[in-house]
Design a binder for this molecule. Structure first.
Ligand code: SF4
Length: 213
């Protein structure tokens, strides 16, 4: 199977997924908060101030105020520092997604990666869901899912090539694809997978291993 075929299989199985958020800064903020934390904690934490969440609002808070606000998500000191760095970085572009789109993707990615607390996965989440740039998001679910399907990639760079060479350079598709992989890995291809319920089980190399055939 190539990346395009996997995408279509998942799309047929789960339908068109949701988008993270239409507000770019909400994506950036939550992409940092969700590191090593359950998504439900992020939603609960953001609920009281979701209507006023903006880079200016965050910039107006002291470090201590921001830490207190995000404390339920854990690692609040380092996350608060990263969020402040992100706000400063976004300010360079007048907090405008359109402004960032005048800059090459690789430059944006390198700038994000240079911020303390932003790794490849968080940078790619921000590029795709906030800035609409096609930079495929690779996380632990993606690696596990591909390995179960029977792929043996040397490293994340090879996984990136596998996806990016077989898909249109379209951030929407990358974003939907990432969400579909999440859906699939949370609902069916779990740590102990439910292969009998999986729509991809005819193509999957792990089915015999997990004893459902
Ligand atoms: S058949 Fe099982 S291991 Fe393979 S993708 Fe489906 S749930 Fe995952």
């Amino acid at each position: 199977m190539n990346a395009n075929e996997i995408y279509n299989e998942l799309l047929n199985a789960y339908g068109k997924p949701r988008w993270w958020s239409d507000d770019a800064f909400t994506v950036m903020f939550q992409a940092v908060l969700v590191q090593n934390t359950a998504w439900s904690s992020v939603e609960k934490t953001c609920e009281p101030f979701k209507d006023k969440l903006s880079p200016k609002f965050i910039a107006s808070l002291s470090d201590e105020e921001l830490q207190k606000l995000i404390a339920p998500c854990g690692f609040y000191k380092s996350k608060a520092r990263t969020i402040k760095l992100l706000v400063k970085w976004f300010e360079k572009y007048n907090y405008s997604v359109q402004e960032t789109q005048k800059v090459p993707l690789q430059t944006l990615r390198n700038e994000l990666l240079s911020l303390k607390g932003i790794g490849a996965e968080t940078a790619d989440v921000i590029l795709v869901y906030a800035l609409y740039q096609p930079s495929f998001i690779i996380d632990a679910y993606t690696r596990r899912f591909l390995s179960r399907l029977g792929f043996d990639f040397e490293d994340d760079e090879k996984i990136r090539i596998f996806f990016e060479n077989n898909l249109p350079k379209d951030a929407r598709i990358y974003g939907y694809f990432h969400w579909l992989i999440l859906d699939h890995c949370i609902s069916v291809c779990r740590k102990t997978p439910l292969c009998g319920e999986c729509k991809m089980n005819r193509e999957c190399k792990s089915l015999i291993h997990f004893g459902s055939k």
